[in-house]
Ligand binder design. Structure first.
Ligand code: PEP
Ligand code: MN
Length: 344
């Protein structure tokens, strides 16, 4: 249910409304728009339908949200969410996040060298996996906490916010100490315990679309995080499984405007995992920005043949720099800005 407050609703009345919602056993989330303040009331649908919410002073209207996702919906919040990522970088509402870095953190010197190159090219968020979700248990699984320490140190040195994957609810407190944003990978999009756990933190979450997930599935997973109190969710289209093996996955570019119509949450595209092909990544990154994406997430390595994970899909630093130049030109045309990191 969504409560629309009267334009002249006082702070006291608002406090009383929130108290009443809690007394009825429901949870609430407030959305302050330019014109109106809305309250999302969360709880069992049947109980909500019968609750006398319209009778509380200060309430103008009570609307039921027919979509299964509530807090993620445009009905709950009309304007785009803007999420601060750290080091002065934000995403959404016209600000593009250029997230770049190696698939896995392999060591301090390698990460520093790649971070410097992507920062010089214009990237504003550094990525790198310390816990890697590998299809084979025999593949490199990541450096674990040592990797997190390296990522934090290099990110701070370069004045870039960092993002790294969390695979298990038990890792959340550890990773929370080192990262600016959690990444939930495609394989964990419906790990509901993990979504609940990151939902109880106050840290931005980059939620990647599962390989066989519908748009509704993706938004329902976001809803798990939002309904636990964390409104800082960024969605990521990273391709879905298809019958065609010429690309690693099938990039669903329509997901971008589709999600934008349904939700206020930022959505970015990861053309690296979506295509698995460096020759296709630049055009798909540009198409993502043209389609309205709030950023692109790209794997870059200075020596792809030696990379311990996803080497064949990595762009070389100079290829990435060329791409960012084109993204800049396009961003100006579509009215987006690229927040810059501070110089070091
Ligand atoms: C990654 O970003 O390195 C990754 C494993 O991505 P995905 O979960 O999209 O496969
Ligand atoms: Mn990867």
């Amino acid at each position: 249910m969504i409560i629309v407050l009267k334009p002249d609703c006082t702070e006291d009345q608002l406090g009383h409304i929130l108290e009443k919602i809690e007394e009825m056993g429901f949870r609430h989330e407030i959305s302050k728009g330019v014109k109106r303040t809305l309250i999302g009331v969360l709880g069992e649908e049947d109980q909500l339908r019968n609750a006398p919410l319209a009778a509380i002073p200060g309430v103008e209207d009570v609307m039921s949200v027919l979509k299964p996702f509530k807090l993620a919906s445009r009905e709950f919040q009309e304007h785009d969410s803007v999420i601060e990522l750290g080091h002065g970088i934000k995403i959404g509402g016209g600000a593009l996040a250029l997230i770049a870095g190696p698939c896995a953190i392999e060591g301090e010197d390698v990460l520093r060298a790649i971070a410097k190159e992507v920062k010089d090219a214009g990237a504003n968020v550094l990525r790198g996996g310390a816990f890697k979700p590998r299809t084979s248990p025999y593949s490199f699984q990541g450096l674990g906490e040592e990797g997190l320490k390296i990522l934090r140190a290099v990110g701070d040195e370069m004045k870039m916010p960092v993002v790294t994957e969390v695979m298990d609810p038990r890792q959340v407190p550890l990773i929370d100490k080192y990262t600016d944003m959690f990444q939930i990978g495609a394989r964990n999009m419906q790990n509901f315990n993990l979504l609940t756990e990151v939902g109880q933190t106050n840290r931005p979450v980059l939620l990647k679309r599962g390989m066989s997930a519908s748009i509704q599935d993706l938004l329902m997973s976001a809803e798990y995080i939002l309904s636990n109190g964390n409104m800082k969710v960024i969605l990521c289209e990273r391709g879905i499984r298809s019958f065609d093996s010429s690309t690693r996955n099938l990039l669903d570019m329509a997901a971008v405007p589709n999600v934008k119509g349904l939700s206020h949450l930022p959505i970015i595209v990861d053309p690296s995992h979506a295509t698995g092909r460096p020759d296709l990544i630049p055009s798909m990154a540009l198409a993502s920005v043209a389609a309205g994406a709030d950023g692109v997430h790209i794997e870059v390595h200075n020596c792809p043949e030696k990379a311990m994970s996803d080497g064949p899909q990595a762009l070389l630093p100079n290829q990435y720099a060329d791409l960012v130049k084109q993204i800049r030109d396009l961003a100006a045309v579509v009215g987006k800005t690229i927040p810059a990191t501070q110089s070091v």
